[in-house]
Design a protein around this ligand. Structure first.
Ligand code: AKB
Length: 319
């Protein structure tokens, strides 16, 4: 979670791929003490020293309520979730964290008049959705527990917004590419691993076929989108759940772009049936025209900029 006070925000699931960076950006704008990062895991020293950190368990309503009340929280960013591939390997846990956990967060937000951000994903679409591009409003019949839980989240949040005025805000994220924190158990993870392999062994074995196209985004675009959306005036929002897009690429396209800087990179393809199946059911491109029109969304990173930046950052981490 990330909790924001006054703007006070609490992030839960804050130690995953997205939480630390978003907390950092929010702290730059709202002050270090006004953003609390949380997780059920012990934070590394650098994260602990960056600003307030607390234990928060998405399954423990009393614990969450205490944190919100004691700290006069006003915004809540809910990042706890099991991703697509790991969810398929552990459906019961995914249902518990992604659905029961979400219900706790929705109740908490309603009870305390919080502005609530819950991410959704390209995984909220399925094989019967339009894939190129997928619009905001269309058929959503995902075939993963992750996708099912995300559609449930979108619908519950929107229902509570319409019925009780909950300030629910949801963005459907593409695959997010980051250098410092690795994703955990998703279908788009190869697009992060390939940078580490390029600068490490020089070889990447890809679990998707070379032409599998998926929407992707640089992490700083993702953080900026989240903050701009959270800051948008309510009257700007014609929807409560928006697609956000930046780039769409295939493994062979990203590999070719990396080879412009690391010519020795080799890639072999060994499709994993579970992840390939999931990827084949997801959109190839996202239509984010509503986000662009309503609250001015615009990505900064294309594929060349993303690749240059990732190689720089991964290289810096290694030295
Ligand atoms: C995953 O691959 O499961 C996630 C996602 C696209 O939501 N990165």
């Amino acid at each position: 979670f990330i909790f924001v006070y006054h703007i006070l925000s609490l992030f839960e699931g804050g130690l995953g791929q997205l939480g630390v960076g978003l907390a950092q950006m929010l702290r730059e704008q709202y002050g270090k003490e006004n953003v609390i990062l949380s997780d059920i895991k012990r934070p590394p020293a650098d994260v602990f020293n960056m600003g307030p950190f607390v234990y928060a368990d998405v399954l423990d309503y009393k614990n969450l309520r205490e944190l919100v009340v004691n700290n006069r929280i006003t915004w809540l960013v809910h990042y706890s979730a099991l991703l697509s591939a790991v969810g398929e390997a552990n459906v019961t846990l995914a249902r518990t964290i992604n659905i029961t956990g979400l219900h706790n967060v929705l109740d908490l937000a309603l009870e305390n008049c919080l502005r609530l951000f819950v991410p959704s994903t390209i995984g909220a679409f399925g094989p019967s959705s339009p894939r190129d591009p997928a619009p905001d409003l269309c058929i959503q019949r995902p075939r993963t527990i992750y996708g099912v839980s995300k559609v449930h989240g979108e619908l519950m949040g929107e229902y509570l917004h319409h019925k009780y005025g909950l300030d629910f805000r949801c963005l459907r994220y593409p695959g997010v590419i980051s250098a410092t924190t690795k994703p955990g158990g998703g279908t788009t993870d190869y697009a992060v691993q390939i940078f580490h392999d390029a600068l490490g062994s020089g070889h990447h074995e890809c679990y998707l076929r070379p032409q599998t196209r998926l929407p992707m985004m640089h992490i700083s675009d993702c953080h900026r989108a989240t903050i701009e959306f959270m800051q948008a005036d309510e009257c700007q929002l014609s929807l409560r759940t928006y697609n956000i897009a930046a780039i769409s690429f295939t493994p062979e396209e990203v590999a070719a772009e990396i080879r412009k800087h690391v010519p020795q990179l080799t890639v072999t393809y060994k499709p994993d049936p579970v992840r390939q199946n999931i990827a084949d059911s997801w959109p190839m491109r996202f239509d984010d025209s509503n986000a662009r029109r309503d609250w001015g969304w615009k990505p900064a990173y294309g594929l060349p900029e993303l690749v240059t930046d990732m190689l720089d950052r991964v290289q810096n981490k290694r030295t």
